[in-house]
Ligand binder design. Structure first.
Ligand code: AHR
Length: 629
């Protein structure tokens, strides 16, 4: 018998409790959420034509380009014979996905080599080299100018290419060659992939952490994520190498770069669209722990001023009035109102004494100028066998507001850690479970991993007085270009699939409640006894008592949920909603079979104040018991 005591609603569930962590890993941004379909659009990859096939007389030049931070462009010269052509083909990000009857905005910065003007042809070609859409574009000026045309795809093609070639005498210069679906999220130019944002938005996130992860740190400090380079006109945002071009599994992705096309402005905007609190993370003067070699990895403590200024300027960019330097940049980009930033993360997953020594300097500066901003420190990565408390004393000493913990661990670990926060010190900083995922042996998003996460999350919910934020990681992965798994959402060039883990997150976020209620089994919290894990909340707005229950055992369990401590006014409704998530332990959702494991709704009767039901073997259940008062 599970007893839920409704006498006194307990700790508030923070609006930030269930959120998202976004990083450009697994082609999450370029090739993923960012809807640009052309790879290496500005010819700034170290091999200028990476991603492009060139034919005829193509020159890469860097004299007199229109955008100083992207100095390369191409010149298409006359091929020298009427039956020869000069041009380029772009392979996209593992192909270019186009949908039947959908429209695509092609744009290019160009200048003609002659006063008479030039012509280029733009084609979409399929995997058999057959063009299926073509348009001519006249380049009529000898000055750099932006040109646009709309392509309409007569068919669906997941792996098309974009071909551009000279059809006049030449020469013609081209820069920032871009192709976007017109149907982006909210129809924005330079927009985001709609189906992916819809999947994120559907999770009701209360928090949005970005842009990483290890990419905040960079392989070395040169390649750390530099937010200042990610704002302003998109054509002039410089290219940065992606730290995930090389992975722990020794998989190499030489074509993985960050265009910053989806930069901090777009990420703040996305937070706002989703109603999530933005949580940007800045570099603390240390590069990625896993690649910590050489002198370009640590900024001496006394030389951190530029890094600290970046953090202060970021707060100004988000919240400053339009008369401030960075507030003005935000306004010029189209958002004069502030983004109401409340949180900032300093450093990602740093370990060792070098981290607190640097963090301290950031804290002093931010507290002095922006005392209202909450600062998030990190407890470092957790290795097998470690217990994480190693950086906590330092975080307490420095009085950070929240500590970001990361754990990618086995199913057994996750089950055991359902009680993790029961004994945490209530007087210190709050907890942000900033990156977590259950890693089964095959590292797939199977139901077993989702079930263990559901059990673990009862512990987050029960401890909502101290756990204020939690975000699964990583969020997105391209099926043809991933560096890490499991991940919450998988996609190809046209489709995406929500994993069982996604549905666990969704069930928690959609049924978060407003306050914790004590739930006991034999007078104790239910943290794995008999294979069961449970938590309860009340939603005082919707007037519901919500119980979440994971049965990780191999047997069906008869369950009695008894409601106690109800006020006289509270009348329990005779029918409750039961939501069941269940599947075979090793089953996954795939692009071809996306709905293999999805939540299923039913109803269950409540007899007076008792709900009696069966929790099936290997299942996660949410019961919503409505009341009137
Ligand atoms: O989420 C993948 C990586 O895991 C993150 O970049 C990093 O913070 C952690 O090591």
């Amino acid at each position: 018998e599970l007893v839920v005591n409704a006498r006194k609603p307990g700790a508030e569930i923070q609006p930030t409790m269930y959120g998202l962590f976004f990083e450009d890993i697994n082609f999450g941004a370029d090739g993923g959420l960012y809807a640009e379909l052309v790879k290496n659009r500005s010819f700034e990859f170290p091999q200028s034509l990476m991603g492009w096939n060139s034919f005829g007389k193509v020159e890469v030049r860097n004299d007199g380009a229109p955008f100083e931070r992207n100095p390369h462009y191409v010149r298409l010269n006359n091929a020298g014979h009427g039956h020869k052509h000069t041009g380029l083909e772009n392979e996209g990000f593992r192909g270019i996905g186009v949908k039947k009857d959908a429209t695509y905005r092609f744009s290019v910065w160009a200048r003609s080599g002659s006063a008479a003007g030039q012509k280029i042809r733009i084609e979409l070609i399929d995997a058999n080299n057959d063009p299926f859409e073509r348009k001519e574009l006249a380049i009529d000026s000898k000055e750099w100018k932006k040109y646009e045309i709309v392509l309409i795809s007569p068919k669906e093609e997941p792996k098309a290419s974009l071909r551009i070639f000279l059809t006049s005498e030449g020469p013609v210069d081209l820069e920032h060659i871009s192709l976007f679906p017109t149907d982006t999220w909210k129809g924005r130019e330079n927009g985001l992939r709609k189906d992916l944002v819809e999947a994120l938005n559907e999770l009701n996130p209360g928090l949005f952490r970005f842009p990483g992860g290890c990419i905040v740190e960079g392989t070395d400090l040169e390649t750390r994520y530099d937010w200042k380079k990610s704002v302003g006109p998109v054509e002039n945002r410089p290219l940065n190498e992606n730290r995930w071009h090389y992975t722990f599994a020794h998989r190499l992705f030489p074509d993985y770069f960050q265009t910053y096309g989806m930069g901090f402005y777009e990420l703040f905007l996305l937070s706002e669209d989703m109603g999530a609190e933005p949580l940007p993370v800045v570099n603390v003067g240390l590069s990625c722990q896993y690649q910590n070699e050489g002198e370009h990895c640590h900024v001496p403590v006394g030389e951190l001023q530029d890094y600290i200024q970046d953090a202060l300027d970021l707060i100004e960019f988000a919240n400053g009035s339009t008369s401030t330097t960075w507030g003005k940049v935000r306004a010029e980009m189209g958002h004069p109102e502030p983004f109401n930033l409340k949180f900032i993360g300093i450093g990602n997953e740093q370990w060792g004494p070098e981290y607190p020594a640097r963090l301290e300097k950031f804290i002093e500066a931010i507290r002095a100028q922006y005392p209202e901003i909450k600062i998030i420190g990190s407890s470092g990565p957790q290795a097998e066998g470690e217990d994480f408390d190693y950086l906590w004393p330092e975080m307490k000493r420095l009085k950070v507001d929240l500590v970001d913990e990361h754990y990618y661990r086995s199913p057994e670990w996750f089950l055991k850690q359902a009680a993790r926060y029961d004994s945490y010190d209530r007087k210190g900083p709050k907890v942000f479970a900033g990156e977590y995922a259950c890693h089964p042996q095959n590292r797939k998003n199977n139901f077993e991993s989702a079930l263990c996460e559901s059990a673990f999350m009862t512990g987050l919910e029960r401890n909502a007085d101290i756990v204020h934020m939690a975000t699964y990681a990583p969020l997105l992965a391209h099926v043809d270009a991933w560096q890490w798994r499991p991940d919450l959402i998988w996609f190809d060039n046209l489709r995406c699939v929500r994993t069982p883990n996604y549905y666990v997150q969704k069930l928690y976020a959609h049924h978060a409640g407003t306050n914790v209620l004590p739930l006991t089994w034999n007078k104790k919290a239910l943290t794995g006894q008999d294979g069961l894990y449970a938590s309860a909340v009340i939603d005082t707005n919707k007037k519901e008592i919500i119980v979440k229950l994971s049965n990780v055992s191999e047997e069906n369990k008869e369950i009695r949920i008894s409601l106690e401590g109800l006020s006289r006014k509270m009348k329990i409704q005779p029918e409750a909603q039961a939501i069941l998530l269940k599947g075979e332990a090793d089953k996954e959702n795939t692009l071809d079979n996306p709905d293999a494991i999805v939540p299923v709704d039913s109803s269950v009767s409540v007899n007076g104040t008792v709900l009696q039901t069966t929790a099936e073997a290997g299942s996660f259940n949410v019961y919503r018991i409505a009341y009137t008062d």
